[in-house]
Design a protein around this ligand. Structure first.
Ligand code: PXL
Length: 277
């Protein structure tokens, strides 16, 4: 296993199995040094809990980044997820510029929307700013809803391959070097991910589990980043992460009390084995 120093920038939802509480264990389990920059601290995530607390950490970010710069700290990969504010997106861009080792891989999960809607904390101003971060990325990991917001395209529940091609083309025009588009489903019983790079498109199709679970986007992105940093190709990493996410949902789906996230921990070994295969 190649050992890399990864920085992941996203919120800490203390309870809810998403963002940093998912990324840190998954990347560590895949043998990578994982440094974190919390964008905000929330008591829980925002999808389904009410009355959650939020402490925005935007103000702390420049001083943290300046300290790392002074210490000569730099990263092999920077992976961003849910960010707290439009201002933070600007800080992230400057972190890309100032704290990247040569050849650093910049992976942006534009975590801001699902099922045709933006998450409660975001508006179109945030989407506009996110477009500029996508332009700085080596790989982006939007779901269909996020791809629609990023490209000003109407969201559709059902679609054909030409709609997906249109999204991929527009994302490339935005400046994304490679796109892994998640949740691409052409048939009721399957879903999958499309990997698009240099005009070449590959589709990894897998079974669809009826029950959608919160936090699967973060589980998917973290597993993808870990697999990629272990030397898998974009397509292999996309496929390994998809299989793992399906296992997580399967492990969780029969527990009605576990509505807020997926039980990704008990099946981590499957991911480690798949990455090392
Ligand atoms: O999983 C995405 C996510 C991350 N962080 C917070 C969220 C969400 C989705 O709702 O609310 C705080």
């Amino acid at each position: 296993m190649a050992y890399h120093k990864i920085l992941t920038i996203q919120d800490i939802s203390c309870v809810g199995q998403c963002s940093l509480t998912v990324a840190l264990p998954i990347l560590s389990a895949l043998g990578q040094e994982t440094c974190i920059l919390p964008s905000a601290v929330l008591s829980t995530h925002t999808a389904g809990f009410s009355g959650f607390t939020v402490r925005d950490l935007t103000e702390d970010i420049p001083a943290i980044a300046a300290h790392w710069k002074k210490e000569g700290i730099a990263f092999d990969a920077i992976y961003t997820g849910y960010l707290g504010s439009t201002e933070q997106i600007d800080y992230v861009k400057s972190i890309f510029q100032n704290l990247s080792k040569p050849g650093c891989v910049h992976i942006v999960d534009p975590a801001m929307a699902d099922n045709g809607k933006l998450y409660p904390a975001f508006d179109l101003e945030y989407v506009k700013e996110m477009k500029t971060l996508v332009a700085c990325a080596d790989v982006i990991l939007p779901n269909i809803t996020e791809a629609c917001f990023l490209t000003d395209t109407e969201y559709k529940e059902s679609y054909t391959e030409s709609y997906v091609d249109e999204l991929l083309g527009k994302l490339a025009e935005l400046g994304a070097k490679a796109t892994v588009l998640t949740g691409v489903s052409y048939r009721p019983e399957t879903t999958g991910v499309v990997v698009f790079e240099n005009g070449k498109k590959q589709y990894y199709e897998h079974r669809k589990i009826a029950k959608g679970c919160h936090g699967t986007g973060d589980v998917y992105a973290s597993a993808f980043v870990g697999a990629l940093l272990n030397g898998k190709s974009l397509y292999e990493a996309a496929a390994v992460a998809a299989d793992y996410t399906v296992s997580c949902i399967e492990y969780t789906q029969d527990d009605p009390d576990h509505w807020y996230g997926v039980k990704f921990e008990p099946v981590l070994k499957d991911l480690i084995d798949a990455v090392n295969r």
